[in-house]
Design a protein around this ligand. Structure first.
Ligand code: NAP
Length: 517
């Protein structure tokens, strides 16, 4: 069996001690294993701080952007191999795998282009100069400057390809060396990407720790940045770690999210906007088996439309083939791990005690296609419904990270719809479906403070919509409250996590020259 190695301090190294197995979640066949200890992390941090930071710091934004373009090209060259790894190790259908792998390449390309636009600058301007003295001669200018520490990237199991790339793109373009730590269960893709990327980057710019984190955080110091994506329990532990609580390192958290979709009273199911809603909900339930941090979990619909929308979902989901994604015709694969399956089953049981069944019962599947009897971490798509969506605690308090949604009935009032979004205590994204601009304006005013992104589905954009579940490099990814309070991507904003804002104060012409004007 393949033994996965980590790339630390300029060499591939196996580590030592106990091993964890990476398995195929459809068949439970072992694919690879990884050691849990034995890495010299102190040396890896020192290598990044000394060599990686110096090498990247010597490059302009344009040169760093060219590196990212080379990484995107490397993904294209190995695309089929990477897709096959995602199918085997992630339980992804080919479509799911492309979403992860191509999404990674697209994000790298986006930041490669941004690097070309930023050119030879060393500092980024933050806003316009301001007069701070008696005359315009005495001026102030906010700027962003590269941080000098290590960017530690801790990623979740569900997007091993995109997750590595989206964080790496922003840190490398900003000029910070990266130490990536993918989730162990699905690390095969991240490991392969690192093998492809390392030879294309300057020494020390990318290191990867494959396997458990161990004492990783103990080495994090004041100038470092930790960008974490994962569950809220792990996030809680991170927040109180001395690396942040005492040493003051920067921490960005992308965590759980109970994303909502709300439907306005003007939307007929037969309209383009109605069709978009159904397509978006079904995609978010089934793509990656619902294991997307951005997936719709709660759907609020006008009471007189609930039956029609439930019927439309039932009809679409009835044709879904669940099984081993390596088999033709399978539209949804398994959950990524046994733990995931157990958590999703427990979540469905909690919901079942408080809601009515619409489709899929408890998610138990008799015989997933192409799977040896009794094997695989499968849960079928489940739709539940409630007549009391505002007070149904089970709906708003637990993220079920799988193919499960709940429909709630309401009056159609825009402010109530915004209050429904807010019941999730902060989400990455929520969506509203309406062609009534007044309704949309009222909804956005109420919901925007509780969402990192609002997707406004309408007939005018339906034909070109990627759906709310797609995080775009040009738009912010992250959300307040339960979602962690972090911010990633968003074009140039994505670089700011890895830079320090500094207010410069002095002669206006000096400040101008520092920005290359
Ligand atoms: P997780 O169990 O919290 O693990 C996330 C990462 O943290 C993994 O790489 C894990 O490593 C690592 N980790 C665990 N303990 C650690 C420690 N003591 N120190 C440092 N790192 C540690 O989450 P998951 O099960 O992989 O992901 C599912 C969750 O992620 C869901 O709740 C989902 O909502 C959330 N998610 C959020 C976003 C977003 O952008 N907001 C995106 C995707 C997923 P090991 O794998 O080695 O344990």
């Amino acid at each position: 069996m393949q033994l996965l190695t980590s790339f630390l301090s300029g060499a591939w190294t196996a580590g030592s001690g106990t091993t964890s197995a990476l398995i195929n979640p459809a068949t439970e066949a072992p694919l690879a294993e990884v050691h849990g200890q034995g890495h010299d992390l102190a040396a890896a941090f020192a290598y990044a701080r000394d060599t990686g930071a110096r090498e990247l710091g010597a490059l302009t934004f344009a040169a760093r952007g060219a590196l990212l373009a080379a990484l995107a090209k490397a993904i294209h060259g190995a695309r089929e191999e990477l897709i096959a790894l995602a199918v085997a190790n992630g339980g992804n259908t080919r479509g799911d795998a492309k979403f992860d792998v191509d999404g990674g390449a697209l994000t790298l390309s986006h930041y490669a282009e941004l690097g070309a636009r930023l050119g030879a600058a060393q500092l980024l301007a933050d806003g316009e100069p301001v007069q701070v003295g008696r005359t315009a001669r005495m001026s102030g200018q906010h700027v962003w400057a590269r941080r000098r520490g290590v960017a530690v990237h801790i990623n979740a199991f569900n997007f091993p390809g995109w997750g590595l790339c989206e964080k790496l793109a922003c840190a490398v373009l900003a000029g910070m060396p990266v130490l990536a730590k993918p989730a162990t269960a699905t690390a095969l893709i991240a490991h392969r990407l690192a093998q492809l990327f390392v030879p294309l980057l300057p020494p020390g710019a990318l290191q990867i720790l494959v396997g458990p984190a161990g004492a990783l955080l103990d080495h994090v110091a004041a100038g470092d940045v930790v960008a974490f994506t994962g569950g809220s329990a792990t996030a809680r532990m991170l927040r109180t770690h001395p690396a942040f609580a005492e040493r003051g390192a920067r921490l960005n958290i992308e965590a759980d999210s109970l994303n909502a979709a709300v439907v306005a009273p003007d939307v007929e199911l037969s309209s383009e906007t109605g069709a978009l809603l159904v397509a978006d909900v079904v995609r978010d339930m089934t793509q990656k088996t619902g294991q997307k941090c951005t997936a719709i979990r709660r759907v609020l619909v006008p009471a007189d439309r609930l039956t029609d929308i439930a019927d439309a979902l039932r009809e679409r989901l009835a044709g879904l083939v669940v099984g081993d994604p390596a088999h033709d015709g399978v539209g949804m694969g398994p959950l990524a791990t046994a733990q995931q399956r157990n958590d999703v089953r427990a979540g469905i049981a909690r919901l079942a005690a408080a809601t009515d069944a619409i489709h899929g019962g408890t998610g138990e599947l008799a015989s997933p296609v192409g799977v040896p009897a009794g094997k695989g971490f499968f849960v079928g798509p489940v739709v539940r419904a409630t007549a009391s969506p505002m007070t149904c605690a089970a709906l708003h308090e637990h993220e079920i990270f799988g193919p499960v949604i709940t429909l709630g009935a309401y009056s159609g009032d825009a402010e109530l719809a915004a209050a429904f979004v807010a019941r999730g205590d902060g989400c990455l994204v929520s969506s509203a479906y309406s062609d009534d601009r007044d309704w949309v304006a009222k909804f956005v005013a109420g919901a925007a403070p509780l969402a990192g992104r609002l997707y406004l589905g309408s007939s005018k954009m339906a034909a070109q919509s990627p759906g709310p579940g797609t995080a775009l490099p040009s738009l912010l990814h992250g959300g307040p409250g339960r979602a962690g309070g972090g911010e990633e991507l968003g074009g140039e904003r994505g670089l700011h996590l890895y830079m320090q804002r500094c207010a410069l104060e002095g002669d206006a012409s000096v400040l101008k020259s520092l920005l290359g004007a």
